[in-house]
Design a protein around this ligand. Structure first.
Ligand code: TRP
Length: 441
């Protein structure tokens, strides 16, 4: 894969492709809606800049300085085997993310197909909600579409056609950007739409609780793909003279813009068409088809939009699966049963088919007993990843680099400034601990 990043812009776009995905277009809007609007948006932006930036820079740097993926990087940089457990926690978290991410990727593929067949034409808010609820009851359909997502991702890694995907996403991602902007502008002018923007941009600080702060931080880590070593891999592909700081800032700005644009489309629709902001995980899927009803050739634009959403999801799943595949290849290298790339891809695909199937069975109630403390596996994993695993992973990585990587390793890197070190050693870890603990007392 290393050969596929031939240029600095290539690394930036690949990292942005990993980051921009369902987190921004699906998770972000519904979490804003569940957590009261503007105040949550503000917290999300603060967390992304204050904690996200040093953490993104840090992961890039760990990769760039060690030249290794998450499996070997921590050991290499600190010169000690003691840190191998961090690689393991990283890979477990990545597996957890994929176990529900493919389910939602499946929703995108299904909605693209449905839109293409004209299924949403003429549907109002109530019908669109019912349509989604009916889909949520179709266990087999949901499993099949999740598997389609897994197979497509596996195929990209199997045939090593990342270069092709990268080239494709270089064309498609700017198109997604332009369409999002056009839709956001369109939504400003629909009757009642401004209420949505008011909801989004007028923070109501009484809505902030310790849980809301934790969710904003977790969501910012999720959308930035930070805290699980996924970005370490990209750091390893950076040319020597690539500036880590500016690459990180550019990536974060792109993610923030896409997230905010997605919300600027969804919330005007919520208020104008009579949805509830706190609709939950189906929010994007029920509002978007309605958005297109009033646009030119609704069927074609809606299909095309869900197709772009699939591409955004796939560039993220490719990066997630690659972390696990590389991990298995490297981890098995010195054992009696080394697994080559193809075998690792197959193994990860199989594991993901099993876990995603279990998640769907638990979610649709087909296997009603498959619950953790009364919650289905989809909710449990979705919550655990952003509110526990990613903050704790980020805490681990910042403490590790701040305190346990000899400073000499950073020499020659302009990033090792005092501010950066203070952030990594003190501010970020303390903030994560305070936000985390505050949520439980
Ligand atoms: N950031 C991606 C999104 O917003 C999801 C993602 C890709 C991710 N790679 C990751 C999340 C690694 C956590 C860790 O859709």
């Amino acid at each position: 894969m290393a050969s596929s990043f031939s240029s600095k812009i290539g690394v930036l776009l690949a990292a942005a492709g990993s980051a921009i995905g369902l987190g921004s277009i699906w998770k972000f809007p519904y979490e804003v809606g569940e957590n009261g609007g503007g105040a949550f948006l503000l917290l999300y932006i603060i967390c992304s800049l204050l904690f996200g930036l040093p953490l993104v820079m840090n992961e890039f740097l760990v990769g760039k300085l060690s030249g290794k993926s998450a499996f070997g990087a921590y050991r290499e940089l600190s010169g000690s085997n003691k840190w191998q457990w961090m690689s393991w926690t990283n890979v477990i978290c990545v597996a957890a993310v994929m176990s529900f991410y493919f389910v939602v990727t499946g929703w995108c593929i299904y909605y693209m197909v449905e839109a293409g067949a004209g299924a949403f034409e003429g549907m109002g808010a109530e019908q669109l909600r019912e349509h989604f609820e009916a889909f949520e009851g179709k266990t087999l359909t949901m499993i099949i579409y999740a598997i389609i997502g897994i197979v497509m991702t596996g195929a990209v890694l199997w045939f090593d056609v990342n270069k092709g995907i990268e080239r494709l996403s270089k064309i498609l991602m700017p198109i997604l950007f332009v369409i999002l902007i056009a839709m956001a502008i369109h939504m400003m002018f629909i009757p009642g739409g401004l209420k949505g923007l008011h909801y989004l941009f007028h923070p109501d600080f009484s809505k902030i609780t310790s849980k809301v702060i934790l969710e904003a931080m977790g969501l910012s880590f999720f959308t930035l793909s930070v805290g699980v070593g996924a970005l370490v891999t990209y750091g390893g592909y950076m040319p020597k003279d690539q500036n880590v700081t500016s690459t990180s800032i550019q990536m974060i700005v792109m993610v923030l813009i896409v997230s905010v644009l997605a919300a600027m489309i969804v919330f005007p629709a919520v208020f104008a068409y009579g949805f509830s902001p706190a609709e939950g995980p189906e929010l994007t899927f029920v509002t978007l088809p309605d958005v297109f009803q009033n646009m030119v050739s609704p069927r074609i634009t809606c299909t095309f939009f869900f197709a772009l959403m699939c591409v955004a999801a796939l560039t993220s799943t490719i990066s997630l699966m690659e972390v696990m595949v590389a991990f298995i290849c490297e981890a098995s290298e010195k054992t009696k049963h080394p697994l080559n790339r193809h075998k690792s891809v197959l193994l990860v695909m199989l594991l993901q088919i099993v876990t995603n199937t279990l998640v769907v069975l638990s979610m649709t109630g087909e296997w009603g007993w498959l619950k953790v403390m009364g919650n289905n596996l989809f909710d449990v994993l979705n919550d655990a990843v952003s509110n526990y695993l990613m903050p704790l992973g980020a805490l681990g990585i910042s403490l590790y680099t701040g305190w346990f990587v000899p400073k000499a390793r950073y020499q020659g890197s302009r990033v090792a400034s005092v501010v950066y070190l203070v952030m990594l050693r003190w501010i970020v870890p303390l903030a994560i601990v305070i936000i985390f603990v505050n949520n439980f007392i």
